[in-house]
Design a protein around this ligand. Structure first.
Ligand SMILES: Nc1ncnc2c1ncn2[C@@H]1O[C@H](COP(=O)(O)OP(=O)(O)OP(=O)(O)O)[C@@H](O)[C@H]1O
Length: 558
């Protein structure tokens, strides 16, 4: 099997910022402004303590003028700090929303262009969780926690500078008492945080996958009585999510131990400060500044520890998102143009799915420019797989598929889509009306073109028979009706080759006749390959290619 890049459940969080930088770069100006505002706000906050010190000094010396000046400056500082805090938070939230939007767009593009094999190898719900839930968490973090994080970090740095400026021996004592145990605790937390939060994100994605499948397979699960067993599986996933979440709480609680260190350091600061002040080595105002600034320092560390858990959740989510953005990259294609019309040729094509059994074994088949042919064979013989190879949705493990002499792997996916269209067995309609769905065809056809396409295919009566014509909600259509619309949508895009995997689901006789009429009308305009199940369709086709257990069936002409 050609290598399918699989997403990792717990992708590495190393050099995360560097890997995320390409998505941040377009917003770097705004981020820089937010950072500067945050720095200014923190500087204003830290400056409060020295100004209070000045006021205390003026008060103890009975200097009224200096006291008034210090109080006025303090009031100005408080207002400035509040305004800066507001500006910093809104600028940062704005930058964060833009980054989240950019990431969401990239994720949507990735999922739209990712190789079909990549999508099929992962559960829908788990991909969706990466592309939506984890980005939402990131946006929430940027809006709420990041302003705090920046503010706290800057406050810590400025406070350290202020403390050093006032008394370096006292600063050294504070640092010696507080820093080593605080760093040890932080390391203890960081040691297991990555795996704990990564496992939790993985377990949540698994649960989202199971949940999405509950909705997708609802009818089968209910009618086959499989819902209780399926719900038991959901319960197991839910329990796994709970257990991984508990582990994150245990790891997160480790950092809470910093509060104990804070208390001890504050006690030492007060005791040592009082001793210095009593001995005349420190003025009362300096002691006041120290106590206030020391509180800032310890509270800052406390806040940081609170944010550490949130940061780890976001790191795990961001790593999983970046993993999706890099792993889901489209297969490298070429830019060779394909001719407008040409022969479609499979040469010695082999193909395996993940379980490594060879589903197609050296299949060679030729479809001329205007060929009309049926592909027949027992269920599981490889017809659908061959149709996906012929339409360029899969790449063969060996051999090649060419159109007009050009290997499909050497043309861009858009070019291949333009020439070869596949209408699958089960046509999915997006929410909206019939017209909304037909408008998705290349060239965005208008209503008149849509109506003309039905008439050209001889099925104008089918359209008129729909309850609200083109405005009928697509969700109301039967499987057969959806397939007719899939066919009309493909024809509107005017491909050179049309491959139809005929619906096996019960199609009522009237719908079946519409489908046959449409197929008969397609004669000679383009190549038509139908994976035919119904005898009436098989009779329509002048040539049949047979498959048997992944190889050409010699009983057919081929
Ligand atoms: N996504 C997949 N992953 C793994 N195996 C697959 C996948 N799709 C198909 N197969 C296997 O490949 C083989 C061929 O399947 P394929 O759908 O091509 O057969 P088919 O002839 O179209 O069958 P049917 O007439 O029932 O639609 C089968 O054994 C099937 O189980």
């Amino acid at each position: 099997m050609a290598e399918v890049v699989m997403l990792s459940d717990e992708p590495s969080t190393r050099r995360l910022l560097r890997r995320a930088w390409p998505y941040l770069r377009p917003h770097s100006g705004r981020i820089l402004l937010a950072l500067l505002l945050s720095l200014a706000e923190s500087a204003a906050l830290v400056a409060l303590a020295p100004f209070i010190g000045l006021a205390v000094e003026a008060l103890t010396e009975g200097d009224r003028d200096r006291l008034l000046t210090a109080v006025a400056l303090l009031a100005g500082l408080v207002v400035a700090q509040a305004l800066l805090a507001r500006f910093a938070a809104t600028t940062l939230a704005d930058a964060g929303e833009r980054v989240a939007r950019e990431l969401r767009e990239r994720a949507a593009e990735r999922l739209a262009g990712a190789p079909l094999r990549f999508i099929e190898a992962h559960r829908d719900g788990s991909l969706l969780q990466r592309a939506t839930g984890e980005i939402a968490e990131l946006a929430m973090f940027v809006r709420t926690a990041l302003p705090n994080l920046l503010g706290v970090t800057a406050t810590l740095a400025f406070t350290a500078v202020v403390l050093l400026g006032y008394s370096w021996p006292l600063t050294l004592v504070v640092v010696a008492v507080f820093l080593p145990p605080a760093l040890l605790i932080t390391r203890w937390f960081a040691k297991d945080a990555g795996s704990a939060f990564g496992a939790h994100a993985g377990a949540e994605a698994t649960m989202a996958g199971t949940f999405a499948e509950t909705l997708d397979a609802r009818e089968e699960l209910r009618s086959a009585g499989g819902m209780p067993a399926w719900l038991a599986r959901f319960d197991r996933d839910n329990l796994a999510a709970l257990l991984t979440q508990r582990r994150t709480v245990v790891v997160e609680n480790r950092i809470g131990a910093i509060t104990l260190v804070e208390g001890a350091a504050m006690a030492v600061l007060l005791g040592f400060g009082a001793w210095l002040a009593v001995g005349g080595h420190l003025s009362v105002s300096t002691a006041v500044v120290f106590v206030l600034a020391g509180r800032n320092l310890f509270e800052g560390f406390g806040d940081l520890s609170q944010l550490a858990g949130e940061m780890q959740t976001v790191r795990a989510g961001l790593a999983r998102l970046l993993d999706l953005l890099s792993a889901g990259a489209p297969e490298p294609g070429g830019d060779r143009p394909l001719p407008a019309r040409g022969e479609l040729l499979a040469e010695e094509v082999t193909f395996r799915y993940e379980d490594e059994t060879e589903v197609l074994r050296g299949v060679s088949v030729r479809f001329a420019e205007n060929a009309h042919a049926g592909l027949v064979g027992e269920t599981g013989s490889g017809k659908t797989t061959l149709s996906k190879l012929l339409s360029g949705l899969y790449r063969p493990d060996s051999g090649r598929v060419t159109f007009g002499g050009v290997d499909l792997g050497e043309a861009s996916p858009e070019e291949v889509r333009r020439r070869i269209a596949l209408v699958p067995q089960e046509v999915h309609m997006v929410s909206g009306s019939v017209a909304d769905n037909l408008a998705l065809a290349r060239g965005e056809p208008g209503r008149a073109e849509m109506e003309a396409a039905f008439e050209t295919l001889g099925i104008g009566a089918f359209l008129r028979g729909l309850p609200r014509g083109l405005d009928t909600p697509a969700g109301d259509l039967s499987a057969g009706e959806r397939q007719i619309l899939g066919l009309v949508r493909a024809v509107l895009a005017d491909p050179a080759v049309l491959i139809l995997d005929e619906a096996t689901a019960d199609v009522d006789p009237v719908t079946a006749r519409s489908l046959e009429t449409a197929l008969a009308r397609l004669r000679d305009e383009r190549a038509l390959i139908v994976i035919a199940h119904r005898p009436a369709t098989i009779e329509l086709l002048p040539r049949l290619v047979g498959l048997r257990a992944g190889a050409l069936d010699p009983r057919y002409e081929n």
